[in-house]
Write a new protein. Structure first.
Length: 95
């Protein structure tokens, strides 16, 4: 899957439309999209994060509404912008 290069100059105002409109699909979590700001959404709505063990998480159901899942926000964002995490590794949540 090829991705468009980012054409935003840093530092950037996180409230700017160019920044907030960057949604990428999460390949590991079908039906979820993540933004660089850390927002997670489905095709219909932005999901509300909640604290889960010290990290922000969201709950969603897959497209068939048969499986409910809890997904950590930092994992969804990394999945969307970096691709699926390789086997045996984990996301280093530093910032």
């Amino acid at each position: 899957m090829s991705r468009e290069p980012c054409h935003i100059r840093w530092p950037v105002d996180v409230r700017s439309p160019a920044f907030t409109r960057m949604w990428q699909p999460c390949p590991t979590y079908p039906g979820l999209y993540a933004s660089r700001r850390g927002d997670v959404r489905t095709a219909k709505k932005t999901l509300s994060p909640y604290a889960n063990g010290g990290y922000l998480a969201v709950k969603y159901r897959n497209r068939n509404k048969t499986i409910a899942r809890t997904v950590f926000v930092h994992q969804a964002v990394a999945d969307a912008f970096l691709g699926p995490c390789p086997e045996g590794l984990e996301i280093n949540h530093k910032d």
